[in-house]
Design a binder for this molecule. Structure first.
Ligand code: SF4
Length: 356
């Protein structure tokens, strides 16, 4: 008879690990010790878990593996943004971006390999959807950067490759592992989950007990344009998304931030700004404006600083709190999915190793 396949212990939340230990005839408090080795000490071998008995270490090694990501490329931009490309166990790859801004050092995490939603301006959607990331692969990105950068990472945004709410089961576990003091110990208010407008998932978020931030990617304020830019809008039209967001706020969710990528001559008119202001006021939301960053092979253009300033001014005249985020790391293909896309063009789906 074939031995059962070993599971990745890093896919388990603390509560799940306690239950596993009990089922193995072990004391549940050992789970916190195991988390300490996994997430504080960053051990990569059960043999190193020296606070556990040899018997328990052997039991763990007989049932579980320790998932790890392999770094295959790193690029650093002149503005300090750094991008990391990781190879996963099955040869797929995902990217993680480290973005410095003032005193903040934000990590942008991927949640899927590729994306189903094929937004017209996004490199992640260009190559289709491959699969969901596991909790271990999501937290592994944060753990890797915490361990290797030696820097104090202040914010974690789930805005890299993929739609987080389309992989909610795994994202929820990742958030729990990252938030647990025995895990990565990151405060919920320092974590932001983004969505392109997955309406059914808003309900799941309403029931989620951790007060993480929610960011809604709007990018257009009419169904006509949003249908074109974000095909998910054909399934969940704008009004439905805004109503779902209102429901989330009513249920006691934290404040929502609206993300709006400004694309020249497409969604940057004063009428667009007025439509955006109306939605922001309805949701009492802040707006993050992001200047579109050119993606090779896509038709869109970056607005000029004057165009961006005019758009932002209009929002402010409508009493909306708007922040302008200049595109970071454009010299290293830092927009979501761009680096992974370049790897695919160059190497196919299996990058052969670190690029020189
Ligand atoms: S913007 Fe987000 S939802 Fe749209 S294709 Fe890119 S990763 Fe997917």
């Amino acid at each position: 008879m074939e031995a059962p396949q070993k599971r990745d212990i890093r896919n388990l939340t603390l509560e799940e690990l306690k239950a596993e230990l009990e089922a193995m005839g072990e004391r549940p408090f050992r789970a916190a010790q195991i988390f300490d080795w996994l997430y504080h000490k960053g051990a990569s071998d059960f043999a190193a878990f020296t606070s556990l008995s040899k018997g328990l270490r052997e039991k763990l090694a007989g049932r579980f593996v320790l998932g790890a990501l392999e770094l295959v490329d790193t690029r650093e931009s002149s503005d300090g943004t750094a991008k990391f490309l990781f190879r996963l166990g099955d040869g797929q790859h995902v990217e993680t971006v480290l973005i410095p801004a003032g005193k903040r050092l934000t990590v942008c995490l991927s949640t899927q390999v590729g994306c189903k939603f094929a937004c017209a301006f996004c490199a992640s959607g260009l190559h289709g959807f491959k699969r969901d990331l596991t909790p271990s692969e999501i937290t592994g990105q944060a753990l890797f950067l915490q361990k290797t950068s030696g820097l104090e990472l202040t914010n974690f945004v789930f805005m890299g490759m993929g739609e987080p709410l389309d992989n909610w089961v795994n994202v929820e576990k990742a958030l729990r592992i990252m938030n647990a003091p025995e895990g990565l110990g990151i405060a919920a208010r320092r974590m932001t989950v983004s969505t392109a407008g997955c309406v059914p998932a808003f309900k799941k978020l309403e029931a989620f007990d951790l007060q993480v931030n929610l960011s809604l990617s709007l990018h257009a304020v009419t169904d006509r344009l949003r249908d074109r830019l974000m095909p998910i809008n054909r399934r969940f039209p704008l009004e439905e998304v805004v109503r779902a967001a209102e429901g989330y706020i009513r249920s006691g969710g934290r404040m929502i931030t609206l993300e709006y990528i400004v694309i020249q001559d497409l969604n940057d008119s004063l009428d667009d700004a007025d439509g955006l202001a109306a939605i922001a006021r309805r949701l009492r939301a802040k707006v993050n404006l992001i200047a579109y960053s050119r993606v090779e092979g896509l038709e869109f253009e970056t607005p000029t600083p004057a165009e961006l300033a005019r758009f932002k001014r209009r929002l402010e005249e409508r009493k909306v709190n708007a922040t302008l985020r200049l595109s970071k790391g454009s010299d290293i293909a830092a927009a979501c999915g761009q680096l992974a896309g370049k790897f695919k063009e160059k190497h196919g789906t299996n990058p052969p190793g670190r690029e020189q």
